[in-house]
Design a protein around this ligand. Structure first.
Ligand code: ZN
Length: 182
């Protein structure tokens, strides 16, 4: 059975590039190609670990941006174009002061992906601390934090396309060989 991949994730990319991905998926070769490029998943398993991961990137590149009050994996986030993560500013009245609370939520699909994909989405959400819109300044900031930002985003979207066509995960615990026990 040939899976029929959805193309929404890759909308906006050059047709020739999208066609390459679709062919790899239809020929059943996509997983092999992507695993060769990204062999291992990252080790950021918990919300606490994610918080530390995000804080490290923020400290390296956006030290003066407003502090984050919360960072978490969020299973309620649907992975659609431009909604892989969310950044929210929640205003709460505390005493007489209006306090802004900034949160970053990352879709749970990012729990079991290579570190490059996690870094791409975190860089994206961090950039929103400075730039609200997806404009030139926004992407320049993303590229400043991760020079391969665009490549990782394309590969991630290709992966999401494959994942939806096959209903499998490439780096999920079940699909990995367990470590040998002595
Ligand atoms: Zn965005």
């Amino acid at each position: 059975m040939r899976p029929r991949p959805p193309t929404d994730y890759l909308a906006g990319y050059p047709p020739a590039l999208v066609q390459q991905v679709l062919e790899l998926i239809e020929q059943g070769r996509f997983a092999e190609v992507l695993l060769k490029r990204y062999p291992r998943p990252h080790e950021v398993r918990t919300d606490g670990a994610l918080y530390g991961y995000v804080q490290d990137l923020k400290a390296a590149h956006l030290r003066t941006a407003p502090p984050l009050s919360k960072v978490c994996f969020d299973s309620k986030l649907h992975v659609i174009r431009n909604a892989l993560g969310t950044h929210t500013t929640v205003s709460r009245v505390q005493g007489a002061k209006l306090q802004s609370k900034r949160e970053i939520h990352i879709a749970t699909v990012f729990r079991e992906v290579p570190e490059e994909f996690l870094r791409m989405i975190v860089v994206h959400e961090l950039a929103h601390l400075r730039e609200r819109d997806h404009d030139r300044a926004f992407y320049q900031l993303c590229l400043h934090m991760e020079p391969h930002y665009h490549q990782y985003e394309f590969d991630l979207r290709a992966y999401l396309t494959w994942r939806e066509a096959t209903r499998e995960g490439l780096w999920t615990a079940a699909s990995r060989t367990p470590p040998a026990r002595s």
